[in-house]
Design a protein around this ligand. Structure first.
Ligand code: UD1
Length: 423
């Protein structure tokens, strides 16, 4: 297992290229199974979750070729013959559950393991299953597996997501575009990842109306073809580096290859901290404020403040001049990073789904442990401004979602290195 050793205190100055989005790529990879020919996707990040999903696709019989140096992935679905996603892969990454919609949508049958627990509390898939049932798909559970069966053509129907869910919207799109006469998803997710998936499905030949709104109307078509597509940049990586660039008063970071629109309400909140943000096409420059102003946030579905940036925000608020609150209304239990930040010297406590933060507290280097993807990167952000050295253990979580994190940070002046945990 690897760890990071980080010597804090250096300002960050320079340019960081933003990678392709993991969460946007995974649904496209599943969608490629719906085509009758090969799909090629560029701007795919080299991340553990992508490699895991490549293996999930290979188990089904798809031919997968990842040209890593070009960040280009080709998926040929014409050999798919094993309509199953096994537990040992699904438990590694919940998004493997997209195989349910893709396989039953294309082949009328699927056997996919239930994802199981998650480090941030319960993450059910009830809406994925109820939505498919509403479409006319037969769902049964057997020894921890979901078995889905569908007739060649289904009548479809209407299903309301309550709460709105990114994953369920994606799975229902994948299941319906080839199979349902007409299927309406109400309170559908509007996240950029869902919008990109809809656009790609349309390019493949699908009929979807209401893209970018919370009502999606899908009319099944007889076939879809493979396409060549360019994956969106990662808005969560972008937000994380914007926060990194605001945390030391002498930092200025230029972030290239991004889509500023995908940040939604994050940017107006970010500007309230006093950080200067300059947007020029796909380039964002962030200049840190002299003193960070405290800004309270509440996570919401898109375009609201993203839950995937709340841990990083709370970390920045430990360095703000005053008190603030961070409330997560999407995932209530996503605060495992708090005790670790307290070990570094932060003054914060959690009550229900809110963390209260008193700033500014100096942070002092210590050993801290990653618990999930976004929690891990928050510990890195904290260690970058802490006095002395910190070690961040169990960074395999980070490797799931941040491409070349230490190289990108080293290039802008951070003192960070990767070692084996036994060293
Ligand atoms: C995706 C993202 C994750 C992000 C989250 C919210 C991927 C691979 N992951 O996760 O990084 O934090 O969106 O933006 O893209 N819910 C149910 N029943 C269900 C499904 C969801 O009650 O069947 C609830 C969840 O418990 C949660 C809320 O809906 O409270 C939103 O979850 P959802 O949007 O589904 O998150 P994911 O798609 O799993």
């Amino acid at each position: 297992m690897d760890k990071f050793i980080i010597k804090g205190g250096n300002p960050l100055n320079g340019t960081i290229p933003i990678s392709g989005s993991k969460n946007a790529a995974l649904p496209l990879m599943a969608a490629s199974l719906l085509g009758d020919s090969e799909t090629t996707i560029t701007n795919i990040p080299r991340l553990k979750d992508i490699y895991t999903f490549n293996n999930v696709l290979r188990v089904s019989g798809a031919h997968v070729n990842f040209e890593e140096e070009k960040n280009t992935l080709s998926i040929d679905p014409t050999h798919v013959n094993h309509l199953e996603a096994p537990y040992d892969l699904v438990r590694k990454m919940r998004a493997s559950f997209y195989m349910l919609g893709a396989l039953v949508g294309k082949h009328g049958e699927a056997k996919v393991s239930l994802p199981g627990g998650c480090a941030w509390g319960p993450r059910p898939v009830d809406l994925h299953l109820k939505g498919m049932e509403a479409m006319g798909i037969n769902i049964s559970l057997e020894k921890g597996y979901v078995i889905a069966k569908a007739d060649k053509k289904l009548k479809g129907g209407t299903f309301t997501l309550d709460p709105s869910s990114v994953g369920a919207t994606i799975n229902l799109l994948l299941a319906s575009v080839l199979r349902a006469e007409k299927f309406v998803i109400k309170n559908a997710a509007k996240e950029p990842d869902v919008v990109q998936l809809c656009k790609v499905l349309i390019k493949m030949g699908a009929d979807i109306k209401g893209i970018g709104t919370d009502i999606l109307t899908i009319r099944g078509v007889d076939s879809l073809s493979g396409v060549e597509i360019h994956n969106d940049p990662d808005r969560i990586e972008l937000g994380t580096f914007m926060i990194a660039g605001a945390m030391h008063p002498d930092s200025e970071l230029t972030l290239t290859g991004c889509n500023p629109e995908h940040l939604g309400d994050f940017t107006p909140f970010f500007k309230k901290t006093g950080a200067k943000v300059d947007i020029d096409g796909d380039v964002i420059t962030v200049k840190a404020p002299e003193k960070i102003k405290p800004v309270s946030i509440k996570t919401e579905v898109y375009p609201g403040f993203p839950t995937d940036l709340q841990a990083q925000w709370a970390t920045m608020m430990t360095q703000a001049d005053g008190n603030s609150k961070v409330t997560d209304t999407v995932y209530f239990d996503r605060f495992s990073y708090v005790p670790e930040l307290v070990r570094l010297g932060a003054d914060m406590d959690v009550e229900k789904n809110t963390v209260r933060i008193s700033g500014k507290t100096p942070l002092k280097g210590a050993s801290v442990m990653s618990t999930d993807l976004r929690a891990s990167v928050s510990l890195v952000l904290a260690a970058l401004v802490a006095e002395n050295s910190s070690e961040v253990l169990r960074i395999y979580h980070l490797d799931r979602g941040y491409e070349s994190l230490e190289q990108k940070l080293q290039a802008v002046g951070a003192d960070i290195k990767r070692l084996d945990e036994n060293e």
